[in-house]
Design a protein around this ligand. Structure first.
Ligand code: NAP
Length: 251
């Protein structure tokens, strides 16, 4: 395939499956060395790594629980130690949360916020000094349509994803002048393990009715938007949120 990311090192959090795995495989196909990250799915990470290597790209798998700030920043430090640099950081790992707000206890709230928002605070803080030093870098935060429209019974998840969009815009303004671009991607309903249980329910059918395209997205289609933001083809994009959502939200 192409060489849009030739010579670059890209870290994709949560690339043991789903959208992250597709981003990792496509980044490798575009010539990047890829740091594959996983939490529990070692087998998934190994499968992604096999795809990276099949594209004749360099790669390595790293484990970390991103709900733990020390592990999140440590992950980036380990990647820089191993590859000497990090040019692309994709904050993709996340956990979903569905349920009535009044049943959402403080522990669950904290766990979702830690994984879906605070982890990006830690990884960005760990990656930015070296990106600033080299005068280049691209950070892509994977938000969600739910962070834009805020549907019922997803309060912690929607709040975390809306927070990621705010983080994206603020960092874009602060680090744009230093050569680092920060953007977000807000997918709509995409068929992965995260949504497998929901797709064939009344709620899944309701969400589908919101999508003028009439079908759910695929992980590889979302990954294309991420690869664009990692590459120089998006040189003029800063603080933007791209919306591969089958028309489910039109800002
Ligand atoms: P997925 O298939 O459920 O995969 C989630 C990934 O995140 C896995 O690699 C998992 O690692 C990792 N992860 C979860 N909790 C973690 C933790 N505490 N520490 C480190 N890693 C952790 O998800 P997906 O559907 O591909 O979604 C990817 C991103 O897109 C998420 O941020 C999600 O919120 C967002 N998104 C998804 C959709 C959708 O419809 N699927 C829509 C909008 C936005 P292990 O498997 O190794 O544990």
């Amino acid at each position: 395939m192409g060489g849009a990311l030739a010579g670059r090192v890209v870290l994709v959090t949560g690339s043991s499956r789903g959208i992250g795995a597709e981003v990792a495989a496509k980044a490798a196909a575009e010539g990047a060395a890829v740091a594959v990250h996983y939490h529990r799915s070692l087998e998934g990470a190994q499968a992604t790594l096999a795809r990276v290597r099949a594209a004749r790209a360099e790669g390595e798998a790293f484990a970390a629980d991103l709900g733990d700030g020390t592990q999140a920043s440590g992950l980036v430090e380990r990647v820089i130690e191993r590859f000497g640099r990090v040019d692309g950081l994709v904050n993709n790992a996340g956990q979903t949360q569905v349920g009535p707000f009044l049943a959402l206890g403080p522990e669950e709230w904290d766990a979702v916020l830690r994984t879906d928002l605070t982890a990006a605070y830690h990884t960005c803080r760990a990656a930015l000094p070296s990106m600033v030093e080299q005068g280049s870098g691209s950070i892509v935060n994977i938000a969600s349509r739910l962070g834009q429209v805020g549907i019922a019974e997803t309060a912690a998840y929607s709040a975390a994803k809306a927070g990621l969009i705010g983080l994206t815009r603020s960092l874009a303004r602060e680090f744009g002048p230093l050569g680092v671009r920060v953007n977000a991607v807000a997918p709509g309903f995409t068929v992965t393990e995260m949504t497998a249980d929901l797709a064939d329910t009344e709620e899944g059918r309701r969400r589908l009715r919101d999508m003028p395209l009439g079908r759910f997205g695929r992980a590889d289609e979302v990954a294309d938007a991420v690869i664009f933001l990692l590459s120089d083809a998006s040189a003029l994009f800063l603080g933007q949120t791209l919306n591969p959502n089958a028309g489910g939200y039109m800002p």
